[in-house]
Design a protein around this ligand. Sequence first.
Ligand code: SAM
Length: 202
Amino acid sequence: MEKGDALDLPIADASVDVAAQNCLFNIFKTEELQRALEEMYRVLKPHGRLVMSDPICEQPLNETLRNDERLRALCLSGSLPLATYLEMLTKVGFGTIEVRARRPYRILDPAHYPTTETLYVESVEVCAIKDPMPEDGPCIFTGKHAIYFGSEDFFDDKKGHVLLQNQPLAVCDKTANALVQLQRNDLYLSPATFHYDGGGCC
Ligand SMILES: C[S@@+](CC[C@H](N)C(=O)[O-])C[C@H]1O[C@@H](n2cnc3c(N)ncnc32)[C@H](O)[C@@H]1O
């Protein structure tokens, strides 16, 4: 085993199949987070995977909370909203993202923490894959499924997605949006479950 700094990994470029981190990226502020993600991206082989879990929070955290190093180290006050967290990943180049789990984590309430608002913190498990970035943007799987319930045996969108009659197909958010835009009355698009477990569309 070799110890190293997440901001300057002592590992050669494109040499790792799977990288993992837990509750570290939420401790970093934006610049350090970007640096740590660039490092993970650098050391992964093409199609390599970065598997990670961190707390997230959809409510804004005030500056006192954000700048409290003890609370950050306790994984309580560095959380980002999920969309921002995922954007950080796609910004460094990960072309495929899987949101594999989203769970309740902590409550930060005014009686115990420097906040006037009660804050709900969740935790996410995400896998970021070093696939090439598609021209039309990243494939982000959040557990959405498409179901074709028309009278044919299948529906083919001619873009690589064949939906068997009344069988759910996991689709990325981009494909889900494109299928909604078709305005068909024989396609059902489920909301995100945040429990994507494979079987993706792209
Ligand atoms: C909140 S803990 C994560 C807990 C750990 N995943 C576990 O389950 O026990 C964050 C860890 O990241 C380490 N850490 C902080 N900054 C780091 C850096 N720049 N490079 C590598 N590790 C760092 C800390 O020493 C600490 O052990």
